[in-house]
Ligand binder design. Sequence first.
Ligand code: DSN
Length: 430
Amino acid sequence: MNKDVEFIVENVKAHTEWFRNCLPMIASENLISPVAREMLISDFCDRYAEGHPGKRYYQGCIYVDKVELKCVELAKKLFKCSYADVRPISGTVANIGVFKALAKPGDTVTALNTAEGAHISHAKFGGAGVRGLNVVNYPFDSKNMNIDLDGAVKVIKEIKPRIALFGQSVYLFPTPLKEIADVAHDAGSSVVYDGAHVLGLIAGGKFQDPLREGADVVTASTHKTLPGPQGGIVLSDHKGDTEDDKKFLKRLDSGVFPGVVSNHHLHHMAAKAVAFAEHLEYGKEYADQIIRNAKALGQAMYELGFNVFCEHLGFTESHQIVVGVGDGMGRWAAEALEKADIIVNMNMIPGDTKPLNPSGLRIGVQELTRIGMKEKDMKDVAGLFKKVVIEKIKPENVASEVIELRKDFNKIHYCFKEDEAHKYYSITGL
Ligand code: DSN
């Protein structure tokens, strides 16, 4: 190896060792299972397979096709729908593909503002802008940390957007989708729900079910509460049973390929298939424990004096809680916690205007749940947050307590071969 390669390997190893000993609480991350990880390092990672199984532009796809057909079948089963495209390589790519399918440059999409929880791909400066779309924001109810229902209905009736887009990255409570979808359809809009953060909760039957509540399309990434590989997905329950509906599905299909991917990432596709199969088996139990843990962490931090949002609503119905840490103090808190080996992200909260100097933290418990933590452990975690953020104990001194707590959690749960995670110790953060 030369010096550059040694440098890269050393740093990946150092990162892995760090994450084996820390509390990873970024709400958009998770650990894939041992079998899914094996798929990522398989020969699939070296190959090409544009198009669909049986209609490829390349030879050599005999086994790839079998896996991809299984992946689509599992996705349809898991999400109870008739259409699944497993090729998008990220949630943002899935969104841009759907924007391409359902809107033209110059059209308008309605969505929440990023400062109030929307993903950057919903914004003019992100994916929506890439497709040349104008974005009009729904009003936000910051007391209840949710879309303002009456305000959103008014905006949709007035604007008649090509796409009424929903779903959030700061996402505590289900969107009142049932109440809005009919209005959007009457306005001639397609209803698109970005379920990236809550996909595993939806599949586990513990959050809202957007395809049953009026969404024409669900887009998502596949690696947050759904603990799959980094990647994206497009889902719909449109059946293609009329000529117009057939055209709708054809547009969705070509929005993804050739719209936004040429070769999809076959190793990620195989790992998605494993994650879907495992979630069919364990998803209900996993989603249930995630939400219990998030509520327990909210309660424990609240009792320790933190400004945990939405106490009046039980803090959360998802994997996240949001905590206000004082005007412009989000960066300080996140950096101090990092020094204590507690990994979270600073986040804007309603009223903030500076993304790099916000006043809140977004905290996710899906990965701690994945390594086996339960409600009682959330109390310990809350205590560590208090030491760093409220008592302002030197974070480096708290780190040893984090390592001590983490010591008992070194398995990946809610998947097959959970006892074989040790085989991957050199390449996983476990
Ligand atoms: N920006 C990511 C998040 O953390 O929510 C999702 O892509």
